[in-house]
Design a protein around this ligand. Structure first.
Ligand code: M6R
Length: 364
């Protein structure tokens, strides 16, 4: 049921504070601010490497989590799109944990990857939204996202719930591997507990994003840039825009700009830069200046401190609440979902059922 919303996608975007809170409370005891016993039945001290495979948006959740696992737990992460993962001649070492991320739990390539890792003798975990799905049945360890049914073909709430779940896993990994002190772990978990409120704040930016969508919707192409976890968010933002509005959109790591994509920059090209005020901010701003100097139209997704530093370099500023760097990718995703949604409305495309796409890709 869409309730008062025009589209399932709008309902699902607005539901995020609630479903993220529900997902987090499966993993975190909010009262004590600690991980719930047994909610993550993995001993990361016994794992030498995490090997992640997924498709589409779920792959981008994996990409964000790679930065988290490395930073919080010094855990090496291998990451692949499932359609490549399954065809690689992998060794499947026994001290690796194979992790598959999927909303539906039925995606053909991801499921084939899971079965390949099983045949290789690896331990299997899945971050999955549909508890009765094939992947949930076949994995050894099921880590549920509690996003509820997602109807819109473009994934929104499933993605942010995947991030919430993966963030809890990264904290568990840091605790198990002794790279996070109890105090550090508490800090990360309390940042997560604040997420539903911060996401709700980000959703309130919808009106200013409608204005930005008017700038993006007529374009034939758009570029998304970011560094670190913001690079992964940029990838997800570009996927949402192309799925929903049929505008060609590409994401690049901001540092790659000079290695090719800067040739695309002209007065017509919207360049959406994800730039929270973190330790990579200064580098991203210098990329923004390179785009600006060539007449590119910059839309910066940042926070109050970032906005101050960016000033006139950007044509449009989307100013998010100030949040700890750890949870910033979740919050920064919201305006990109809303941007794609409103660009689609302006362009008159089918928001909940974009052309050529299926909700669950059960053929390879
Ligand atoms: O059900 P899954 O999470 O395995 O689906 C993976 C992709 O097919 C899915 O994320 C797809 O990219 C969405 N249309 C993205 O919005």
């Amino acid at each position: 049921e869409k309730g008062n919303y025009r589209h399932f996608m709008a309902k699902e975007i607005h539901e995020q504070p609630e479903v993220i809170a529900r997902t987090l409370s499966h993993y975190i005891d909010v009262g004590s601010g600690t991980l719930r016993d047994g909610a993550v039945p993995i001993d990361f001290s016994q794992i030498r490497r995490l090997s992640i495979a997924a498709c589409g948006t779920a792959y981008y959740a994996g990409l964000v989590s790679r930065y988290w696992f490395e930073r919080l737990a010094r855990l090496p992460v291998d990451l692949d799109v499932a359609s490549e993962y399954r065809y690689r001649a992998q060794a499947f070492p026994a001290d690796e944990l194979a992790l598959f991320i999927s909303q539906s739990g039925e995606t053909a390539d991801t499921l084939a990857g899971l079965r390949a890792a099983k045949a290789g003798g690896q331990q299997l975990a899945t971050v999955v939204n549909v508890p009765t799905s094939t992947m949930a049945r076949e994995a050894d360890i099921v880590l549920p996202t509690l996003a509820g049914p997602e109807i819109g073909v473009a994934s929104t709430k499933a993605f942010t719930c995947q991030l919430a779940t993966l963030a809890c896993l990264a904290v568990k990994a840091g605790i198990d591997r002794g790279t996070l002190s109890p105090l550090d772990a508490e800090g990360f978990l309390s940042a997560l507990v604040e997420l539903p409120r911060l996401v709700a704040e980000a959703v309130t930016l919808e009106h200013s994003i409608e204005r930005v969508a008017k700038l993006v919707a007529p374009a034939s192409s758009a570029l998304f840039l970011g560094r670190g976890t913001s690079f992964a968010v940029a990838m997800e933002g570009a996927l949402k825009l192309k799925e929903l509005s049929y505008i060609h959109a590409e994401a690049y790591a901001a540092g790659e700009l000079k290695h090719g994509p800067i040739a695309l920059v002209d007065e017509e090209l919207p360049v959406i830069v994800i730039a929270p005020f973190d330790d990579l901010f200064a580098k991203t701003v210098s990329n923004m200046q390179e785009v600006h100097a060539r007449g590119g139209r910059i839309i910066a997704v940042t926070d109050a401190r970032g906005a101050h530093a960016i000033g006139d370099t950007a044509e449009e500023l989307i100013v998010l609440p100030d949040v700890p760097a750890f949870v910033a990718p979740v919050v920064a995703t919201i305006p990109l979902q809303l941007l794609a949604y409103h660009a689609a409305i302006i362009n008159g495309t089918d928001v909940d059922q974009p052309r050529n796409l299926a909700k669950s890709v059960t053929v390879e």
